[in-house]
Design a protein. Structure first.
Length: 145
């Protein structure tokens, strides 16, 4: 993206989505190995976890469900949604819509007492970009495994 395009994105608008968060999601979406810890403020809640590629999120969720004993038909059905992100990768930058959802692995919500919920490895979390009112890079609590 050119400097001019970045400056145009940074201009105030009425969308409510943070252009930098959308850029970060697009960068993570370019390859399954791209990931970064984030802490999000979402409609009064704080959610912390690792931002990952949307296609990888669906594949990893399906694998987690299958390993947990969920019916293989259900896990294969969920894994099939990863193709949505593979198809978007072939779209030119001009034809691509900004990301509307973000995907976290090992996500936890910060409770009112400051405790992380759940206290184990976290969950797979998917949320709307336009629901995020603020974010920081890095996760709260112990380092994810």
């Amino acid at each position: 993206m050119s400097t001019q395009e970045t400056l145009e994105k940074a201009a105030p608008d009425d969308q409510g989505e943070d252009w930098f968060l959308q850029e970060l999601i697009e960068f993570v979406g370019q390859a399954e190995g791209n990931e970064i810890g984030v802490t999000l403020h979402v409609e009064g809640a704080i959610v912390t976890g690792t931002l990952i590629n949307g296609g990888r999120w669906f594949k990893d969720l399906a694998g987690h469900l299958e390993a947990s004993g969920v019916n293989k038909g259900v896990s294969h059905w969920i894994a099939g949604f990863s193709k949505v992100y593979a198809e978007q990768g072939g779209t030119s930058e001009e034809g691509r819509l900004p990301p509307a959802y973000l995907h976290l692995r090992n996500a936890r919500t910060v409770g009112t007492s400051g405790d992380l919920v759940p206290t184990d490895d976290g969950v797979f979390w998917r949320g709307r970009v336009n629901a995020v009112s603020g974010f920081s890079l890095g996760t709260l609590g112990p380092s994810p495994k």
